[in-house]
Design a protein around this ligand. Sequence first.
Ligand SMILES: [Zn+2]
Ligand SMILES: [Zn+2]
Length: 252
Amino acid sequence: MDFPVMEGMMKGMMGGGAEDPPTVTLYEMDFDVSAGIERANVLRDYVEEEHKVHFANKCIIKEGTWIKYDRGGGKSKPHMFLTASDLLMTELTTISRKIKFRQVFKLVDVRVKLEGAKMLVETPIKTFRVETSSQSETLQWHHELTEAIGKARASANLAANYESTLAFSPVWVEDTPECNDCNRSFSMIVRRHHCRNCGKCVCGSCCFEKVRMEDVDGGKKLQKVCNACAMTYKEKRGNANTGGGYGAAAVF
Ligand SMILES: [Zn+2]
Ligand SMILES: [Zn+2]
């Protein structure tokens, strides 16, 4: 079995000036790459046990390689993606028998849209654009994901307007040569950061505050935000004593 992910990772490591991955590793397990057909079962059992989730129809729907565009068109990297009956698991990497998913999204909270040859994948945690090796494959992914999302919502008995109640994460703007706020040029010293709230590409001085974002990871980890967004979060925090759920509260 071939894992193009490794190549992408090597390029990422050697690229220099690359930003730290923004998210935590949710799943990690020992995994025998040569296991072939057993792979889906191993993954499913592991995720069910580790995260107390239950796959309604006990199968992995689809697996494939997408090219991801969340950090600017020039820096796309291949990633393995998996969908299960009620989860979308992304950025699977395999390094010497260790398997890692960078992100896992609840399918009920995902929205997919076709944008030409690319597909926009929106979630409350992260929003990104992807494409596959061919336009027809991307169309197929879009079709199957839409169907899987619909099924997941139906089996969870969610209201018809459920999607409109979700606060989707902004798409990161493409990497720019200068900071979007103070216009300093980026270099090995002046590093790029993306605000986790508005997606703007800014320098360290314009993005030094961190807030807990309930809508990103339940507020578990501090997330980098730009100064304007930090102000907004502080105001929100001042105005509300209680909060929770998507897009609601931030705790410093
Ligand atoms: Zn700046
Ligand atoms: Zn911001």
